[in-house]
Design a protein around this ligand. Sequence first.
Ligand SMILES: C[S@@+](CC[C@H](N)C(=O)[O-])C[C@H]1O[C@@H](n2cnc3c(N)ncnc32)[C@H](O)[C@@H]1O
Length: 399
Amino acid sequence: MEDFNNKILKIRKNWKYKRQGQDYTPFIHDKIKFNINYYLTRVALFFKFDSALILDADDLGTSVALKAIGFNDKNIHIPNYYDKKTEYRAMKQHLKNIAAFPISIDDYVDAIIDSKSTQSFRAELKEKYNDTAFDTKPRLIDPLPSKPNPFNFIYMDYCNEYQSNKETIKKIFNSNILSEEYVFALTGSLMLKSKEYINKLLKTIEKDVKKMSKTPVKIDQVFVYKRYHQEGLATQTIQHKDVEVGDIHSTKVGMFMFFISFISSKDLENYNDEFEVCTDGLCKTDIQNKQCLFHMKEQAEIKPFCNNRITDFYLLISPMERSLKNAREIIKDFELPYKNKTPDFLVRINREKNWSNGILKTFNSSDVEMLNIKKIINSTTQEFINHQVYNIILKKKDI
Ligand SMILES: C[S@@+](CC[C@H](N)C(=O)[O-])C[C@H]1O[C@@H](n2cnc3c(N)ncnc32)[C@H](O)[C@@H]1O
């Protein structure tokens, strides 16, 4: 992930864009989006997808991710128009050859459907552009997009409700702009946030997509998150310093969003083998785990990106010696919310795994149980826990 992030920083060198305000660096900003884009690039790499239709913003978050894994700029199609505004010019200034165009996605899809060649496609695009009302009409910049091959990578990263975009989605599935094998990912806002409402909406989308798809399709991931005040580096996994804010069930402010993805491929089973299995099948497809976006398990350091859930929890013992006495001393401060919580167990697994003195990793690394940070915090009176949760990454002792 670090390597991927560095490639993106290199592509974006000297760019200027809106989300890069005073209090952001590209590293830190919008790390949930970063994790989603990272995840989608793993899908694209696995299935060798190479032709994308996406929604992107002026900093080209998704495009640079795709470019970092080798997508050709010309094969990244980005209609961009919302509320009489477009970020088209900034996009073209950043990546000249990107297939961006300042019209709505709905118009863009129509232009593809109604054309047979690049020439007629461009004529359609221009006609739609002429009919579009802008606050400030942007000048078109060459090269204009060419007529795309059927897309195998679609990421409709909307910020509004599913209902508003349903018809466009239907149009995509009803046309022949989608290839036989594909990933289709979608985001949207959740205006009401009761557990029942969220689950029902996600189930409805799943049902709709399965019905609309011409080829068999399966749900891939479901992830519900809040975008408010994300902190920490893009490559870290904990979303919020204030865990209460990050909790999708808390009453604190924040816009709720969902991400849902689907994959249609004969190779899906092999892909799914790369992911952790939980009690009821694959962790990533279980709606109960919707606070987490799961990453492939092949690299040990890549963990699911979760709201308030972690897979590793460490206790620091002082004095710095890993003894039963010290373990007992620290563990009694926590009502640890998982099965193996005896000091003897902790000391034993830490010996087996060879963790440094001074650190107790609290459960077996092969265990996929996820811990709720809020529960951990609530279980102790010690104030330092807030900070420890944030700086959760501790190094394994060099063997
Ligand atoms: C959430 S941003 C994309 C972020 C990007 N995918 C990332 O990961 O960094 C969505 C962009 O799509 C534009 N947009 C929203 N609805 C659209 C529509 N119906 N047609 C075209 N563009 C749209 C928005 O104005 C915005 O620039």
